[in-house]
Design a protein around this ligand. Sequence first.
Ligand code: NAD
Ligand code: MN
Length: 358
Amino acid sequence: MKTYKIAAIPGDGIGTEVINAGIEVLQAIATREGNIKFDVDHFDWGGEYYKKHGRMMPENGRDQIRNHDAILFGSAGHPEIPDHITLWGLRLAICQPFDQYANVRPTRILPGITSPLRNVTDKELNWIIVRENSEGEYAGVGGRVHQGSPLEAATDVAMFTRAGVERIMRFAFALARSRPRKLLTVVTKSNAQRHAMVMWDDIAKEIALEFPDVTWDKMLVDAMTMRMVMRPETLDTIVATNLHADILSDLAAALAGSLGIAPTGNINPERTFPSMFEPIHGSAFDITGKGIANPVGTFWSTVMMLDHLGEKGAAARLMKAIECVTADPKLHTPDLGGKARTADTTKAVIQKIHGANE
Ligand code: NAD
Ligand code: MN
């Protein structure tokens, strides 16, 4: 029996609802496989914790999860607390020190789900976006002075390092190589930002020499939004900066049917620290507590977690169960135009896990 220690951090809003569903599904997979076990520790960090303690997580929070095999995260974001406090106090406070520099975001149209794009299925839209997750526009470098005075000034400096760009390019080229089409698009903005983005392009060209079997091209980020909509079939693996990929991946999620489906992994490829898996959506205050949050993004993130842990069989079984459920419109939550509740979709996935034979 192999036992994995999982740290669950539901956070706020629908984060708690989808993570509860995710853990139920994870335990069902363990039961079905028979030879794996998940010890899940729950951490009540987030906005409610902040209201009691004045911080999003305890000072030694990272030490408490440092030795877990993986982290399952819900959402940071609370209606009564400014977003930069919740984000930097929790999500980025884990991602950055744990050096989860590769944020991996698969997008594809699951069975039964209709893209807002005409005539587009998973044949035309099957992408994986790699987001630089440690520096760039979200490096946290900058300042704000003379607050409240007419001379007030603020800067956010996009900071790119050679080491940071090299490692994300190498990760993206390697991922592109592992996929059948061996095709990578490097997103940039080197026409308008003439220092860091030019270095980004130069380093892409250098790293490409290590991967002669990968076909790659370069795309300005504004033109990229158009290409994603008009010619989705020309894309496969995509690498972009922290900010660019943040925006492009919400677009990708919408093109694949709903933000509620999209998964992500914050990966520390060297495995010095645990990696963190989460749906890409946020706290969704408008539907919190209604029991209608789509749990599929969390389930798919759980698949990515199983894959990362090396449990390929369990990952494939869970993905198949998810696809069986999305294929049935009766099991769609309202964001997909259906009437199902979080609990209905969750129960159906668990039934498929137990029912489906290889
Ligand atoms: P959001 O993702 O919370 O919601 C955007 C829209 O999508 C809403 O209409 C919501 O109802 C819908 N939606 C999102 N997930 C859904 C799901 N699983 N099922 C059904 N519908 C879903 O984005 P927002 O409104 O911009 O942000 C709300 C809060 O969440 C903010 O505080 C923000 O900072 C935070 N946030 C956190 C993360 C994170 O922790 N990774 C990511 C994004 C936003
Ligand atoms: Mn985002």
